[in-house]
Design a protein around this ligand. Structure first.
Ligand SMILES: Cc1ncc(C[n+]2csc(CCOP(=O)(O)OP(=O)(O)O)c2C)c(N)n1
Length: 920
C-alpha cells in the first residue's frame, strides 16, 4: 500500500480522516446531470476528474515510496495542484501543452481525452467553433505576403498577419475578467473586476458557449470526461451501462447507509487511460528506458501523441517557446486556410484552431524568460498579431522557500499589457473548470493571449528532500492540509449527492493499489545501458540524406524553380553577378534557401526593413514578403523562443542574433531548450533551426567587446549543436545550404557564426587583388560543391610540408597571409580551415597534422576556453605525437580602438609561432 509511505504531514492519513468525516449525502443525484444548477460539469465528469486527481496524488506517494529504497529519482510532486485537472478538461486534446512539473492530474486528463478522441469520441468544444475562423482570418487573405515593404510597416504586417480588428494598436491594457462563479485566488480576491471595454470584452457567455451544458457532454461545450471504456459522459446515466446500472439509486439516500446500495457511478472501473498515464509518470520516476517520451533521460510530462511537449527543469524557459508556437500555429493556420483544397497536407502539425497552453508556478513569473514571453505576447498583440497562448500560472504562493508577496502575482499578471487575465480557485474544480473553459474559449476565439491565474496550495513540500517546517509555520502547514484540493473535490461530490466518503476512499485505495502495482512493474524495466543508447536521439546525423537534400534543392532551382529564382534575384542570379563578398554570398544563399524551403522564415532584430546591421539580409523582405522575413522586438530570448516554437510547428526558422555578445543573455534558449528537444523526446519532437550570429573580432574602427566578442566557448560544449564558422564567401554559401538541409532533414540545431570583419572584405594579400571574393555556385554545381558537416578545407602554401596551421574564421585570412610570408622564407604551410567548430573535423585535422608533424593552432578565441583547447585535445586523443603550439587571444575582453590589437592574435604572432615550431 502506498499509504505506508511516510510523508511530512502524513498526507495520506489526513486524507483518510477527512474523507471519513464527510457526511453521508442526504440524497442521491443523477451523475448525468450538471453537478450543480448551471454548472458546466456533470456529476459523472466530476467523478472522472476526481479520479485523475487521486491518480496524481497516488503518483506523488509512489514517487516517495520508490525513493525510500533508492529506486526512484524524482520526488517533485503535484500535491496541492490537482486543480489543473480542470484546466486540462477545459482544453482540447489537440491543444499543444507545455506543462509545469506539478501537472500529474492535467496529464491524466489529457491522456484520457486523447484516448476518447482516438476511440471516436467527440472533441471537446469550449467555444463557438464557427465564430473563430471568420473573426480571426485576415480581411484580405493575400495581404500579408503581398504587403509592400516599408519602414513604417507594423510588426503585425511584418510578421505576416493582418492587424486584428479586435485588437487596435493601443488597446493593449491588461484586461481583467471574472471567471464564472469562481472564488477568487488567494491574493486577488479584493480586486477582481469585469472589464467593460466593449471592443475587447469577452463575448457574453452565450455566443462562446452556444449550447447550455447538457448531460451528454458532447454538444454543450463541455469537455468530454476522461475516456476509455469507463466514464464517457454518454455512459453516465445510461440504463444498463456501467454507470447508473443499479437504477433506482438516483435520488435515494445514498450509499451503504441507505440499505447497502452503493452508487454505481463510483463503482465504475478506473479509466484505462489514467492507468496508462500513471505508468508513463512512474517510468519517468524510475528512469525506465521505456518511458514514452524521454526514454529515461529525464522525468518529464510529455508525449507526442498527447500533444504534450516536454519541458526542462529550468523554470520558465518553456514560455518563450510557447509564444513562438502560438505565433506559428496561427501563421500556419492562415497559410493552410489560404491554400487551395488541392493541398491535402496541412503545413501545421496542430489542429487549425489549436491554442497553446503553458503552465508554470508563481515564482516563475518573475524569471527573465517569463517576463520576456509575456512581453513578447503582449507586444505582438499590441500590433494586432494573433498569438493564441493560454498561460496558466499555478500559484501556490511559494518558490521553494521564498514567498510570493501577498497580492504580487495577481497584480503582476493583471498588469501584463495585451494579456487578458482570468482567475480561478484550484480547490474548486467546478469553478476552475468554468474559468478555464472561459479562458480557453476566449483565446481560441480571439487568437489572443490570456493568463489563467489558478490558485493552488503546495502539499508535501517542494520535493522529497525539502524540510518545509524550516521555513513554514505549523499553523500554515495545517491550514494547507485543510485546503487539500482533492478533499475539496470529494466534499463537492458528497455534497452533490454523487458519492459518500467511504465510496471515495474505496476509490482512492483502488487507484492506490493500481499505482503500487504499476510502480512494482516499472521497477524491473531496463534503464539506459550504454553511452550509445543514452546519446542516440541527441543529434543523429544522416549526411547522405543531407547531401541529397542539397542536390535536390539544386535540381529544383535549375528545373521547376528556375523561373521563380530568376524573379527572386531580380532577373540576375548571383552566379552571374561576378565575385561576391561574404555578406553578399550569405544573402544570396539565404535567398536560395527561402526559395528551396517554403517553410523557412528569416527573422530577428533589424533584419527586414533595414536588411540587417551589415546588410546581410538586404532585400529579402522585398523578395519574399513580410510573412517570411520579419523584424522582431529587441529581445534575444524571444527571438530564439520564436524559433523554438516555429521549429516545433514544422517551420524552418532562421533567427538572427545581431551580435555574438548578445546571445549570452538568451543562451539557455539554445542550450537548455533547442539542443535538448530531440534528447528529451527521443526524436519524436524536434526544433530545427539555423541561428545566424554575427560575431568574432577584428572590426576595424568599430570596437569594444560587445561588437567584437571573440568567445564561442558557451556554444562549444552544448551537446549536439552544429557550429559553423565560414571564412570565405564560397564556403559560406555552401555551408549555409548544408545547415539548412541538416535542419530540414535531421532536425539539427545549427549556429552559423558569421565573422563580421570578413563580411565586406575583398582582398587577401594586397589591396585590389579581390582574392577574398568568390563566385557563387550555380545550382547545378551545389551537389559537387557540397560541404558536409564536420569537413575542413585545406590550403597548401609553398611546399605545404613544414607546418600545419589549424584555424578558422578571421584566422584563415590571417594565416593565409602569414603562410605567404613564410613561403617567401622557404617555409611551406598547409592551412586547415576547420569550418565547423562542432562537430570538429577531427579526421581532417589528424590527417593534416600527421602530414607535417608540426601543428600551429591559430585561435582567435581566448586562450582559456577557446577553440584551440579543443583542437589540441582532439590531437592528443587521437595519439598525435608531433610538435604543437598555439597562438590565441589573451584572456581579456576586447577593448575599444587600436588597443584591441594588444589582445588579439596578429599575423606576426602566427609567423613567429611557425618559426618557433620549426626551430625546435
Ligand atoms: C532558472 C531556474 N532557477 C532556479 C531553479 C531551481 N528551482 C526549481 S523549482 C524553483 C521554484 C519554482 O517556484 P514556482 O515557480 O512558484 O513553482 P512551484 O515549485 O512553487 O510550483 C526553483 C527556484 C530552476 N529550476 N530554474
Amino acid at each position: 500500500m502506498l499509504s505506508d509511505v511516510t510523508t511530512p504531514q502524513d498526507l495520506d492519513d489526513r486524507f483518510r480522516e477527512s474523507l471519513a468525516a464527510l457526511a453521508t449525502p442526504r440524497h442521491r443525484t443523477d451523475p448525468a446531470q450538471p453537478v450543480a444548477e448551471g454548472a458546466a460539469l456533470t456529476g459523472a465528469q466530476l467523478l472522472e476528474l476526481f479520479d485523475a486527481q487521486v491518480t496524481s496524488r497516488q503518483l506523488d506517494l509512489a514517487g516517495r515510496w520508490l525513493r525510500s529504497f533508492g529506486e526512484g529519482y524524482y520526488t517533485i510532486g503535484s500535491a496541492g495542484h490537482e486543480g489543473n485537472a480542470a484546466v486540462a478538461a477545459a482544453l482540447r486534446p489537440t491543444d499543444p501543452a507545455l506543462l509545469h512539473y506539478r501537472s500529474g492530474a492535467f496529464y491524466c486528463v489529457r491522456a484520457a481525452q486523447t484516448a476518447e478522441a482516438q476511440a471516436g469520441g467527440s472533441p471537446p468544444e469550449d467555444d463557438d467553433p464557427a465564430a473563430m475562423p471568420a473573426d480571426a482570418m485576415p480581411a484580405d487573405p493575400a495581404q500579408p505576403d503581398a504587403a509592400p515593404a516599408g519602414v513604417g510597416q507594423s510588426a503585425a504586417a511584418a510578421a505576416g498577419v493582418a492587424p486584428s480588428d479586435a485588437a487596435p494598436a493601443g488597446a493593449a491594457a491588461a484586461e481583467v475578467v471574472q471567471s464564472g462563479g469562481t472564488p477568487a485566488g488567494p491574493s486577488d480576491s479584493a480586486d477582481r473586476e469585469v472589464d467593460g471595454d466593449p471592443a475587447d470584452a469577452v463575448p457574453p457567455a452565450a455566443p462562446d458557449h452556444p449550447g447550455s451544458p447538457t448531460p451528454t457532454g458532447t454538444s454543450d461545450g463541455v469537455t468530454g470526461p476522461p475516456g476509455g471504456e469507463a466514464g464517457a459522459a454518454g455512459e453516465a446515466g445510461t440504463p444498463g451501462g456501467e454507470i447508473g446500472a443499479s437504477g433506482g439509486e438516483v435520488g435515494e439516500p445514498g450509499g451503504e447507509d441507505a440499505g447497502g446500495v452503493r452508487m454505481a457511478a463510483v463503482r465504475r472501473p478506473v479509466a484505462p487511460a489514467y492507468t496508462e498515464a500513471a505508468r508513463d509518470v512512474l517510468r519517468g520516476m524510475v528512469a525506465s528506458s521505456q518511458e514514452p517520451l524521454a526514454g529515461g533521460r529525464h522525468k518529464v510530462f510529455g508525449r507526442a501523441d498527447l500533444a504534450v511537449v516536454p519541458t526542462t527543469s529550468t523554470i520558465a524557459s518553456h514560455l518563450p517557446r510557447a509564444v513562438g508556437m502560438g505565433l506559428a500555429v496561427e501563421r500556419l493556420r492562415r497559410q493552410d486556410a489560404r491554400r487551395a483544397p488541392a493541398h491535402a497536407d496541412p503545413a501545421s502539425p496542430w489542429a487549425p484552431d489549436a491554442i497553446v497552453v503553458c503552465s508554470f508556478g508563481d515564482a516563475s513569473i518573475n524569471h527573465a524568460s517569463a517576463t520576456a514571453a509575456f512581453n513578447t505576447a503582449g507586444w505582438y498583440d499590441h500590433t494586432g498579431l494573433r498569438i493564441p497562448v493560454l498561460f496558466v500560472c499555478e500559484d501556490n504562493g511559494l518558490g521553494i522557500s521564498v514567498r510570493s508577496p501577498q497580492g504580487w502575482v495577481a497584480t503582476a499578471l493583471r498588469a501584463k499589457p495585451g494579456i487578458r487575465y482570468f482567475a480561478a480557485d484550484g480547490a474548486d474544480l467546478v469553478g476552475a473548470y468554468e474559468a478555464a473553459r472561459e479562458a480557453a474559449a476566449w483565446v481560441r476565439r480571439h487568437r489572443r493571449p490570456a493568463v489563467l491565474h489558478l490558485s493552488t496550495i503546495r502539499l508535501l513540500g517542494h520535493a522529497g528532500a525539502d524540510v518545509e517546517s524550516g521555513y513554514r509555520s505549523a499553523e500554515e502547514l495545517t491550514a494547507d492540509l485543510a485546503a487539500d484540493p482533492v478533499v475539496a473535490t470529494a466534499r463537492r461530490l458528497v455534497d452533490a449527492g454523487l458519492a459518500n466518503g467511504a465510496e471515495l476512499l474505496d476509490r482512492y485505495d483502488e487507484i492506490g493499489w493500481q499505482i503500487r502495482r504499476l510502480a512494482e512493474q516499472v521497477l524491473d524495466e531496463p534503464k539506459l545501458g550504454s553511452p550509445a543508447e543514452v546519446i542516440a536521439p541527441l543529434a543523429p546525423r544522416r549526411p547522405v540524406r543531407v547531401a541529397q537534400a542539397v542536390t535536390d534543392a539544386g535540381a529544383r532551382a535549375t528545373g521547376p524553380g528556375a523561373g521563380a529564382r530568376v524573379e527572386a534575384f531580380g532577373g540576375k542570379p548571383p552566379e552571374l553577378s561576378g565575385p561576391l563578398t561574404l555578406a553578399q554570398s550569405i544573402n544570396a544563399a539565404l535567398t536560395d534557401g527561402l526559395l528551396a524551403y517554403p517553410q523557412m522564415a528569416v527573422f530577428g532584430e533589424d533584419v527586414a526593413a533595414k536588411g540587417g546591421v551589415y546588410g546581410v539580409t538586404k532585400g529579402l523582405r522585398d523578395r519574399f514578403g513580410a510573412a517570411r522575413v520579419f523584424d522582431t522586438l529587441l529581445d534575444e530570448t524571444s527571438v530564439l523562443g520564436l524559433g523554438l516554437g516555429a521549429g516545433l510547428a514544422g517551420m524552418l526558422p532562421v533567427p538572427e542574433i545581431q551580435y555574438l555578445a548578445y546571445l549570452h543573455s538568451a543562451e539557455d534558449q539554445l542550450r537548455g531548450e533547442a539542443a535538448t528537444m530531440r534528447f528529451f523526446s527521443q526524436g519524436a519532437l524536434r526544433n530545427p533551426m539555423v541561428v545566424r550570429v554575427a560575431g568574432l573580432a577584428y572590426q576595424e574602427g568599430f570596437g569594444g567587446h560587445f561588437h567584437n566578442d571573440n568567445s564561442v566557448a558557451v556554444l562549444r560544449d552544448v551537446p549536439g549543436l552544429v557550429i559553423a564558422v565560414p571564412a570565405r564567401p564560397d564556403d559560406a554559401a555552401a555551408m549555409l545550404r548544408t545547415c539548412l538541409a541538416s535542419a530540414a532533414v535531421d532536425g539539427s540545431v545549427c549556429v552559423f557564426v558569421e565573422p563580421i570583419a570578413l563580411y565586406h572584405t575583398r582582398d587577401l594579400y594586397s589591396d585590389g587583388d579581390g582574392e577574398w571574393l568568390a563566385g557563387y555556385a550555380e545550382p547545378g554545381a551545389w551537389a559537387s560543391g557540397h560541404v558536409p558537416v564536420g569537413r575542413a578545407r585545406v590550403y597548401g602554401v609553398g611546399s605545404a610540408e613544414d607546418v600545419t596551421i589549424v584555424t578558422f574564421g578571421n584566422g584563415v585570412r590571417m594565416s593565409l597571409r602569414a603562410a605567404s610570408a613564410l613561403a617567401d622564407e622557404g617555409i611551406g604551410c598547409r592551412v586547415v580551415d576547420l569550418r565547423w567548430l562542432a562537430p570538429l573535423p577531427v579526421a581532417d585535422l589528424i590527417r593534416e597534422a600527421a602530414a607535417t608533424g608540426r601543428v600551429l593552432v591559430v585561435d582567435e578565441t581566448r586562450r582559456s576556453g577557446g577553440v584551440g583547447e579543443g583542437v589540441l585535445a582532439a590531437l592528443v586523443d587521437a595519439g598525435y605525437v608531433g610538435a604543437a603550439r598555439r597562438v590565441a587571444a589573451i584572456d581579456c575582453f576586447v577593448p575599444l580602438g587600436p588597443a584591441a590589437r594588444q589582445v588579439l592574435v596578429s599575423e606576426e604572432a602566427i609567423t613567429q609561432g611557425a618559426r618557433t615550431l620549426l626551430a625546435r
